[in-house]
Design a protein around this ligand. Sequence first.
Ligand code: ATP
Ligand code: MG
Length: 677
Amino acid sequence: MSFRLFDLNDPQRHAATTIDGPLLILAGAGTGAGAGTGKTRVITVRIAYMLAQKIDPNSILAVTFTNKAANEMRERLAGMVDPEVAKKVTMSTFHALCVRILRTDIEKLGYKKNFTIYDEGEQSGLIKKIITKTAAIGEKLEPNLAKSLISKAKNNGWSAPQDEKTLLGSVFARYQAALKQLNAVDFDDLLLLGVKLLAEHPDVRERWRNRFRYIMVDEFQDTNRLQLEMVSYLANRDDGTAPNVAVVGDDDQSIYGWRGAEVSNILEFEAHFPDPTVVKLEQNYRSTNAILNTANALIKNNPRRRPKKLWSGKGDGDKIRLVQAPDDRQEAEFIANEIARRKSDETLQFDHFAILFRMNAQSRLLEEALRERQIPYKIVGGKSFFDRREVKDVLAYAACTLNADDDVSLLRIINTPPRGISETTVERALELSIKRNCSLFQALQSPELRKTVTPRAANAIAEFVAQLDRWETKINEPLVDQVAVFRSLIDESGYYADLRRSCKTPDEALKRESGVRDVIEGFDRFAQHSSEGLRGYLDAMALRQEKEDDDKDKEQGSGVMLITLHASKGLEFPHCYLVGLEEGILPHDRSKVEGSMDEERRLLYVGITRAQKTLTMTYCFNRFRYGGVVPCTPSCFIKELDPELIERIDLKKMLNTPVEAPAAKSRFAAMRALLEK
Ligand code: ATP
Ligand code: MG
């Protein structure tokens, strides 16, 4: 047994060894600012402890908030116990868990098992189409607004209204009907339908209850009502025995209000799971006191929170640096230069550094600056690989092969590459599919459509349909090498040739081709450790909420982490740069209108508490935004920090001051030493 309980402090050990009944692990006295108090570590050790007690690994479920967190926990656990045993423990996000439940039994809800999961882009596309069809002249509804309202409604467990009195109501109702017809579900449906299945089908509920006898939830403060219901259905027993459910959370880190997360969940845990053992963690093991106290000074300003006192044994540490930069380009260059310098001066590695930002748009200049200096980096939460056209195209090919009734994917590939099926023909087929209430694929095959198109188009359609049929048969053959089938169907589709034709430069074509190959190789890697096939791979791709590029990271070695504040939850880095502390960015523009200032403060709190040794925060006087240079105001949160712990740096002044002699000399000496080697 290679894990050691004595690596935990007393309350941590108490939590890790309390196995039966409900358990609530909180931070701080009277619950306090608890980032870095070892909550996640306790969960991991608790699993190791359970395994040492010979509890069946198959009966343990640990729910985390992101795939990245699940992977990290899996790795940590594999280091403590027999990796073969660790593998059998289920570590998953809520969404991934729902996919598993739905893939087994969704037929009970009137969907087919080969359902497709729509990501946000596909969701938007469908909603846009429905609004155009539904809105009367003069009626307006912003698709993104509709999307977020529908999502909110679903997360509250509301179904679409029966009467179609408002435009939003009818768009909602039609959207739901369209999804069902397409045999597709969106992200919110995963939860909604998963809970529905458990609620309405006792046999399904029983099966999963028997499977998972021990349930743990990390980052419980970010669960919403549906997720709480889900835990409740899985954990509670009909015979009234106490549920074995342990949750861990910190209400100061609740940052998913817009997704319907309810801070009250953690406060009301006791109402759902009576008589829990409550364990409070007070010692921070992650950060220096300068970092911790800066975080505390900030979060203190949130109303309605219970005061907490945290302490760290890591010493005071360096002051927090607050850097003001003339503009965002210089902000990026300063950081890139400094990382390069600190790496060599302080003999650090690139993966000791993280750059955290509020909005995806902020990453572009940072990436440029890093690239110019050949500093390797990985990006999480940004616009990524999965948003690339060619990646979406090949994934759509895969989706259609498995479920030809998936209209959105079919529309993507029907003329990519061009097959001689004209826009008008597609329009006609779509109209027919609406009239007949069938999928586009079915409409394409109907004699009625064939009568209305030219013989050439009819031929093209017949060929396309036959091709899809053939692929479907092939991919579903028992024991077939799905990776090989997938590879050959992309070859056969003529997609590569089309890329070469449609790209403006040979360079772009090469890049896109390699994107396609990356998808296929990704599937290959996936297939090596999973038996869930192409469908499982598509699910995994769709579930990558944080769009992290994990597999690729590993290949490319380590680099500076560029990450959004939201995606950084639960992670830690020795040296952090938190950029863009400006009004309109952090706090975000929307927050003032939506009254979510407290949540923005919590987001900054999450950012600060990611840092272990040093923290540098930056803001600019000018920023390139909305297509022009806009003057910026420092974030109102800066005033809330403790000035005693802050060292202010004016980049403009610093750049005009010559490098101090000793520093220059030592760098010169270091260089000479290097040359002499
Ligand atoms: P967050 O709220 O940010 O998710 P957390 O409470 O989950 O934080 P962990 O990530 O579990 O905190 O732990 C923070 C760091 O402290 C980790 O590096 C962990 O290994 C370390 N740590 C936790 N407990 C101990 C301990 N008893 N002894 C030594 N190190 C510890
Ligand atoms: Mg954690």
